[in-house]
Structure formats: structure tokens, C-alpha cells
Write a protein that binds this ligand. Structure first.
Ligand code: ARG
Length: 402
């Protein structure tokens, strides 16, 4: 017989799944359940959670604002890397999971709990991210994923269970979409989106305006960066969390950052998901514009090759891995000169760079110009081309002989 599970820390959002899990774990294991809820900028009301968790039998309730840690230790590293999964998805959900898992196991240790629990399904990536993070940080702690094992097969059955056990659940009449939100973006699936031939219905979007209905006037935005990190918006210095939130509202109003992707999940399924990443879209563009100006060619091109690998690591749950950490150290080193100012225009779903400036720019007008101030020595090009093309010339001569 495996040792009895006496105390469990549950990642609790207050939604239907985790509310039912909270009760079910107590019944099933006769265990004490502690709930943990993180604020990652999902803009959901968290104040009613303690009362509801306690009413459902929680022994203790943790609610923590992790926004700052999320931005500084997860979002900004991904921005420095220009990380995008399958060239489109900014990994908002994927970046949040390791942080949630980290706090889950830390609390489990402080509380002397034998297990952590989550409400992820058996078909998704998030179970993998949470459990791999837990394995890396606290291999001794058990992980319970009731949704994978319990007898309930549908939302209706869960609602039935909640009724039987007098759980306070706010069942929104027909919850069409599955939505995961934090301050870096929104991930939306299910409903009409499950058919990839369907255009996303307008009501699926949460934080972006339909570009067609966006303001008729373009809006200028100015961003300051210091070593790859945005530090000011329109001249106003802001901490990371505030800057992202402000920019998100601004760009969302202009319909920027909508993404529609049929993606390859780690568990082998192709799934269609739409994303909203207004702040990330603008910040990626601006950040890249500064890198264009300040990074040397070799670093630029090498960094580009690493995007796919880095994004896969994050997507596939390998956040707490030596390779992800080593890549972040590399990316951090590349950002030494990525400081300066970028101006952009937001207009009906589009965002364009209009100006970039850096004190560390490698752009030299004297070298680039075609006017009389040109300082480039044109004569040197002749010798350069002879040497650079020498292998091709030798092969050309061989082909002629053959
Ligand atoms: N596909 C995204 C990922 O794997 C988001 C997953 C959660 N999506 C959701 N709509 N609940 O990171």
C-alpha cells in the first residue's frame, strides 16, 4: 500500500473544474486540501475566492500576486529571445505554468503536504508543463490530476456533482470557449473554433477590438528599451507589469495581436486555437527593430536560429531545464546594447515601425549612404569579391573542363 495522502495543495481558479476537484479530493483521500491561486494578470476577481474555497472545505487558502515575478523572470526572457512557438504563438499560457508549479511545490513543502493537484485535462500541454516543473523542483512530491482519472465524463456531470455537494459555482449558461488569460495574452479554444474552416466568431475575442471597428485614426506609440527590456511608454517610465497592461489596452483598442493557429500539441494532437497578444505583438516588433540596429550580423542570425528550439523548450514544459537556462544566459548577453527608442504606428490591426534610435547603434550613415558623404572604400570590393567567390570560380572551371 502506498503511503496515505494526508495533505494536498491544489491550484485553484475558482472555476467549475477546480471547485469540484477541491471537494472531490477531500472525499476521495480524506485529506486536508489547501488552495493556491495566483494572480498573473488574468483580470479575474480573486477577492471572493477565499470565502468560496473555505465554503468548499479548504483547510487554508493562498492567493498571491505573482505578476511582477511573471514579467521579470518569465515574460521578459521570452521577449529577449523573441520566442514564438510555430512562428506565431507568444507562449503566454506556457510561460505561466512553470511559475504556478514552482509556487505549488514551495507551498507544499512549507505546509508539509504530500501532494499537489491541478485541474488540467489529459489532452493538453498544461498538465505536462506543471508536472515537469514539479518533477524538476520537487521530485518527491506526488501530483494528482483528478480530471484524468475520475469517473465524471462531462461538464454536466461536474455541475451535477457540484449541486449535490452544495458548491457555490457560477455556471455561465453555456460556456462556449475555453479561455486562459494572463497579462501576456489570451488563449482561446473550443466552440466554433474546433472547426478550422470556421472564421473565429467575434464573441470569442476578449481583449482586442475587431480591426474593422478599430479607430479610424492611427495612433503613435513610443517605447524605450534598456538592455532588451521595455522601460517607458510614450515617455512615461513604467514598471514591467504596468507597461504591459497599458500597452495591451492601447494596442487591443486598435485590434492588434490577433493570431489564429492550428498548432502541434506535445501530446500529438493538432488543435486550433486563437490568441490575443496586443502588448506582446507591439513589444516584439519594437524589440526586433532595436536589435536590427544594435546587434552584429553573426549574433543576429545565430539568435534567429535559436528561436525555434527555445520556444519548443518553453512550449513542451522544459522551463526548469539546463538548456533553457543556458539559452537565457546567452540571450541576456546579447542584449547588452539593445537600448534605445522606437516609435510605432497602430492602425486597424496593424503595427508599423516608424522610427528607431539607439546610442549603441551599429548603423553608420557614412557607410550606408549613396550621397557624397560616402566613406566606404568602393575599390576594396573588387578584391573582396575575388576571394569570397574563389571556391565558386574553381568549381566553375572544373565544370567547364568536365
Ligand atoms: N495552446 C496553448 C498552449 O498550449 C494554450 C493552452 C490553454 N488554452 C486554453 N484555451 N485554455 O500553451
Amino acid at each position: 500500500m502506498p503511503p496515505r495522502i494526508k495533505k494536498i495543495v491544489l491550484a485553484y481558479s475558482g472555476g467549475l473544474d477546480t471547485s469540484v476537484i477541491l471537494k472531490w479530493l477531500q472525499d476521495k483521500y480524506d485529506a486536508e486540501v489547501i488552495t493556491f491561486s495566483a494572480n498573473l494578470g488574468q483580470e479575474e476577481e480573486l477577492t471572493s475566492l477565499p470565502e468560496r474555497a473555505r465554503a468548499a472545505g479548504a483547510a487554508k487558502v493562498y492567493i498571491e500576486d505573482l505578476q511582477e515575478e511573471f514579467v521579470n523572470d518569465y515574460v521578459f526572457p521570452a521577449l529577449k529571445a523573441n520566442a514564438l512557438y510555430e512562428s506565431k504563438y507568444n507562449l503566454a499560457t506556457a510561460l505561466g505554468r512553470p511559475l504556478i508549479a514552482k509556487r505549488l511545490v514551495e507551498i507544499a513543502r512549507e505546509e508539509g503536504a504530500d501532494a499537489i493537484a491541478h485541474g488540467c485535462t489529459g489532452k493538453g500541454n498544461d498538465q505536462v508543463r506543471i508536472e515537469l516543473s514539479a518533477l524538476a523542483l520537487a521530485p518527491e512530491i506526488k501530483v494528482l490530476a483528478p480530471i484524468r482519472t475520475w469517473e465524471m465524463k462531462s461538464r454536466e456531470e461536474e455541475i451535477e456533482y457540484a449541486r449535490e455537494h452544495n458548491l457555490d459555482i457560477t455556471v455561465n449558461k453555456e460556456k462556449i470557449y475555453s479561455i486562459d488569460r494572463n497579462l501576456w495574452g489570451v488563449s482561446i479554444e473550443c466552440g466554433a473554433l474546433e472547426d478550422p474552416t470556421n472564421a473565429p466568431p467575434d464573441d470569442a475575442y476578449v481583449i482586442t477590438q475587431n480591426p474593422v471597428l478599430a479607430p479610424d485614426n492611427a495612433e503613435e506609440v513610443e517605447l524605450d528599451f534598456t538592455r532588451g527590456i521595455p522601460t517607458a511608454l510614450n515617455g512615461q517610465e513604467l514598471d514591467g507589469v504596468s507597461l504591459i497592461k497599458k500597452l495591451s489596452a492601447l494596442a487591443g483598442k486598435h485590434g492588434i495581436g490577433r493570431v489564429d493557429l492550428v498548432e502541434n500539441r506535445l501530446v500529438g494532437i493538432k488543435s486550433r486555437e486563437i490568441y490575443e497578444a496586443p502588448a506582446a505583438t507591439v513589444l516584439y516588433l519594437a524589440h526586433r527593430a532595436l536589435e536590427e540596429l544594435t546587434l552584429d550580423r553573426e549574433t543576429c542570425h545565430f539568435k534567429e536560429m535559436l528561436i525555434t528550439k527555445y520556444s519548443e523548450l518553453v512550449y513542451n514544459g522544459y522551463w526548469f531545464s539546463p538548456l533553457r537556462e543556458a539559452l537565457d544566459a546567452f540571450f541576456a548577453k546579447t542584449q547588452e546594447h539593445v537600448s534605445g527608442k522606437v516609435q510605432l504606428k497602430l492602425y486597424k490591426g496593424n503595427c508599423r515601425i516608424t522610427s528607431r534610435f539607439s546610442d549603441h547603434s551599429l548603423y553608420q550613415k557614412g557607410l550606408a549612404t549613396y550621397d557624397s558623404s560616402d566613406v566606404f572604400d568602393h575599390r576594396l570590393a573588387e578584391g573582396f569579391i575575388k576571394i569570397w567567390g574563389l571556391p565558386l570560380k574553381v568549381m566553375g572551371e572544373r565544370a567547364q573542363k568536365d
